[in-house]
Design a protein around this ligand. Structure first.
Ligand code: COA
Length: 309
């Protein structure tokens, strides 16, 4: 095997990165007996490149094979005010086990170390290749999540929790209160993401907030309806009840679809409530942190797009 070089992802890489994200992810899942993740093909995984080049502080790096000039690895990187997030990591299956992912990871860790910030990510509990990659590099699993989906009927989710009239669509002036709540619950900040979701330039995001009777917010929840990513999250909430009300409100926006969302396994009452709505488990994930970590003081619902562990 020849050499490869790590370099910044550029605009000309967009379609090749989309091919790599789709092929590498689907190959890994199918090789391990699971259905493919990106069923609509690489035309939909351009979404990852596009979002990671639209959110403030986001970019990517690639591994380019020196002999062929082909991209054999890619990873997204998101520099946020409190930390660095590592977005989806992909290596071409022909080049698995060659140290490509390790080289991409070292590059992102070097950036984070220069900035003096921790690195955070969400990794699959079914994928020991990526779990090992990250824990060997010093990441610590901090919270386990069960990935669930609900097939939302065309007539709506049929659950009305209402939140006592405190649940409503987010407005641009909610960004500061969303940031304050996530700092309190998860110890991280990312106002740029919230502003982007509420502005919604791609036409795929939606944000619901729950006001607190004491002022501020008791929770917020985002969702994404794109063929390359149909997820509910990210979001944070003070209580299980706030989470259930926000989840019911966001699921109702996905009539006729089956969006996936991550619930922390220790919130068993919430999980059981979602089973009552027809919820099914489809995977497990861990939020992993390398560096300083503050235990969650509430509920954190992460996503992989963008990475929000
Ligand atoms: C996960 C993935 C990125 C790994 O890429 P890769 O280039 O083959 O990984 P590397 O060759 O850099 O090796 C990863 C490290 O994990 C180690 N490792 C792998 N399996 C291990 C195990 N079961 N126990 C302990 N260590 C293990 C390897 O030894 C290596 O460590 P080292 O470099 O210190 O020896 C690749 O399989 C992939 O793209 N999968 C599909 C997409 C995916 O799952 N992405 C991750 C989502 S976040």
């Amino acid at each position: 095997m020849g050499d490869y070089a790590i370099r910044a992802m550029e605009a000309r890489d967009r379609l090749e990165v989309a091919e790599l994200v789709c092929l590498s992810t689907n190959y890994w899942y199918q090789a391990h007996g699971h259905p493919p993740i990106f069923t609509a093909g690489p035309a939909t995984t351009t979404f990852h490149f596009d979002v990671y080049h639209a959110l403030p502080g986001s970019s990517g790096i690639v591994a380019e094979d020196s002999a062929t000039g082909r991209l054999i690895g890619s990873c997204f990187r998101h520099i946020r005010p409190t930390h660095v997030s590592l977005g989806i990591m992909n290596v071409h299956p022909n080049h698995f086990g060659r140290g490509v992912a390790g080289a991409l990871l070292r590059s992102i860790l070097a950036t984070a170390e220069e900035l003096g910030r921790p690195v955070r990510l969400v990794s699959s509990g079914m994928n020991l290749d990526s779990y090992s990659l990250y824990t060997r590099a010093g990441f610590v699993p901090r919270c386990a999540y069960q990935d669930m989906f609900v097939a939302v009927p065309a007539g709506g989710v049929g659950v009305s929790l209402g939140g006592g009239g405190r649940v409503r669509e987010a407005r641009p002036d909610d960004v500061a209160r969303m940031a304050a709540l996530e700092m309190e619950i998860s110890g991280i900040r990312r106002e740029g993401d919230y502003g982007h979701f509420i502005e919604n330039p791609e036409g795929v995001w939606h944000v619901t907030v729950m006001e607190s009777p004491r002022g501020g917010l008791d929770g917020f929840l985002v969702s994404c309806a794109h063929p390359g990513c149909n997820m509910v999250g990210p979001g944070v909430m003070r209580t299980d009840d706030a989470c259930a009300a926000l989840l019911a409100a966001e699921l109702d926006r996905h009539r006729g679809r089956s969006p996936v969302f991550l619930l922390p396994v220790e919130h068993n009452n919430l999980v059981r409530q979602v089973y009552g709505w027809g919820g099914r488990n489809c995977e497990m994930h861990f939020s992993q942190v390398r560096g300083a970590f503050t235990p969650y003081r509430g509920i954190n619902m992460p996503t992989f797009m963008p990475e929000t562990g």
